[in-house]
Write a protein that binds this ligand. Structure first.
Ligand SMILES: *Cc1c(COP(=O)(O)O)cnc(C)c1O
Length: 220
């Protein structure tokens, strides 16, 4: 399938499922290009995709260089010792998941980095992210960091989760986002929600997602 065809299909589904969302959100589609060639990424650019996501530093820098004027999202686990290699090239970081990482960003970044705090809503052992009950204290600790702007929260549902479970995880993240947004901290606007991948973005849209991260179904 051409990316253009996949894009139209996904866009239609987003619009369909937005009708079931109680929130008046705008959904940004991030094309996750980690599995695909530069050619395929360029095809996505050509089809009109504006946001691109990569989960490894090498791939991230390569795509950023290739695609030029797009918005780039770093969506993978970021090792603390690698922060200096990439942080000043990052438009959005979706994986702020621990204090040591926040401290390193604060030290190394030369701008205020737009970050999503990653939350492990399901509690699945293999997933990274803060536990739900750790998020409040984490926000309190980093709220005055000059080089971090908490634009929102991010989560991933476990692969084997049922639709019912996925709704409950995504609704829980939405509730947490509203709670943090209501604190009105200057560096913590927390208006955004990054959730939904190829298998579950329709549910994510219904639950208030503003950034969905789609690889396989768009460019795979
Ligand atoms: C790979 C990846 C995606 C996209 O996954 P697909 O199932 O291919 O859509 C989204 N988010 C993160 C964090 C990923 O690592």
């Amino acid at each position: 399938m051409k990316v253009k065809e996949n894009l139209e299909l996904i866009q239609n589904e987003i619009n369909e499922h937005l009708k079931k969302s109680p929130y008046a959100q705008k959904v940004n589609l991030v094309a996750v290009t980690k599995y695909v060639s530069n050619e395929r990424a360029l095809e996505a650019l050509d089809a009109g995709v504006q946001h691109f996501g990569e989960n490894r530093i090498e791939g991230y820098l390569e795509k950023k260089n290739l695609l030029k004027h797009v918005t780039m999202h770093f969506i993978g686990t970021l090792q603390t010792r690698k922060v200096k290699d990439v942080i000043n090239e990052v438009d959005y970081l979706h994986s702020l998941d621990r204090l040591s990482l926040a401290n390193e960003i604060e030290k190394r970044a030369n701008h205020r980095v737009k970050c999503f705090v990653q939350v492990n809503v399901s509690g699945e052992a293999s997933k990274s992210g803060l536990k739900v009950e750790e998020v409040d204290a984490f926000i309190e600790t980093i709220k005055d960091y000059n080089h971090i702007e908490v634009v929102g929260l991010m989560t991933m549902a476990p692969e084997q989760a049922t639709d019912e479970e996925i709704y409950s995880y995504f609704n829980a993240l939405k509730a947490l986002q509203l709670k943090i947004e209501a604190l009105k901290y200057e560096n913590v606007p927390c208006h955004e929600l990054s959730m939904g991948m190829s298998n579950d973005y329709k549910i994510a849209v219904e639950c208030g997602a503003t950034y969905i991260r789609v690889g396989t179904k768009l460019v795979g």
